[in-house]
Design a protein around this ligand. Structure first.
Ligand code: MN3
Length: 204
C-alpha cells in the first residue's frame, strides 16, 4: 500500500481572503505531497510497515525500526498533521456556545477570547517550525499544546481537535514574517461544525 496525497475537502480559493489560493496550492501540492513521497520512500523496504496506516505508524513509534524511526516521525507526521489541518478548515462555520465543543471551551478557558489568546500566544511563541493544537489530553481535558517540527500529538495519546500549522510556508506569501497576522485571521477559517463532530466522537 502506498500512502497517497489526500484531495483537499474544499476549493483552493474558498478560504480567501484569510488563506489565499496560491499559498494553499503550494502548501498542499508541494509541501504536503513532499511528505507523502518521503514517507513512501522511507518505508519502501519494510513490507510489514507498508500495510500500516499513517495513524498506526505515529501511534506505535516505539515499535518502529530504529534506523527509520525519526524519518517516520518527520514524514509520517508531515502527512498526518496536514491531513488533519485541511480537514478542519472552512469559512463561515463559526464558533457557537450551542455546540458541545463551544460549551466545553468556555468551561475550560472561561471565555472565547481567553481561549483565542492562549492559542495565538502559543502559536506566536513557538520557536522555529511547528504546530499549535487544541487537543484532548490523556485525562480527556482540553489543552492547548505546541509541537515542534512535524511531531504529532497522536504519538502522545492525545486527540487533536484543532490545529494551526505555524511553519512559515503556511502564511509567508500573504502575511510575510507576521505569524501573528495569520493566527489572528485563523479563527475565520475554522470549521467549528467539524471540530464539534470530532469532539462528540471522543465521547462515544
Ligand atoms: Mn505545512
Amino acid at each position: 500500500m502506498k500512502h497517497e496525497l489526500i484531495k483537499l475537502p474544499f476549493e483552493t480559493n474558498s478560504l480567501e481572503p484569510f488563506m489565499d489560493k496560491k499559498t494553499i496550492e503550494i502548501h498542499h501540492g508541494k509541501h504536503h505531497k513532499g511528505y507523502v513521497d518521503k514517507l513512501n520512500a522511507a518505508i519502501e523496504n519494510y513490507p510489514e510497515l507498508k500495510e500500516k496506516s499513517v495513524e498506526w505508524l505515529l501511534e506505535n513509534i516505539s515499535e518502529l525500526p530504529k534506523e527509520i524511526k525519526q524519518k517516520i516521525i518527520n514524514f509520517g507526521g508531515g502527512v498526518y498533521n496536514h491531513n488533519f489541518f485541511w480537514s478542519i478548515l472552512k469559512k463561515d462555520s463559526p464558533f457557537s456556545v450551542k455546540l458541545e465543543i463551544g460549551k466545553e471551551i468556555i468551561k475550560k478557558f472561561t471565555c472565547l477570547q481567553d481561549f483565542k489568546n492562549e492559542f495565538e500566544n502559543k502559536g506566536n511563541t513557538l520557536f522555529g517550525s511547528g504546530w499549535v493544537w487544541l487537543v484532548l489530553n490523556q485525562n480527556k481535558e482540553l489543552e492547548i499544546i505546541q509541537t515542534q517540527n512535524q511531531d504529532s500529538p497522536i504519538s502522545k495519546k492525545m486527540i487533536p481537535l484543532i490545529t494551526a500549522d505555524v511553519w512559515e510556508h503556511t502564511y509567508y506569501l500573504k502575511f510575510q514574517n507576521k505569524r501573528n497576522g495569520f493566527l489572528e485571521n485563523f479563527w475565520e477559517i475554522i470549521n467549528w461544525e467539524k471540530v464539534n463532530e470530532l469532539f462528540l466522537e471522543t465521547k462515544q
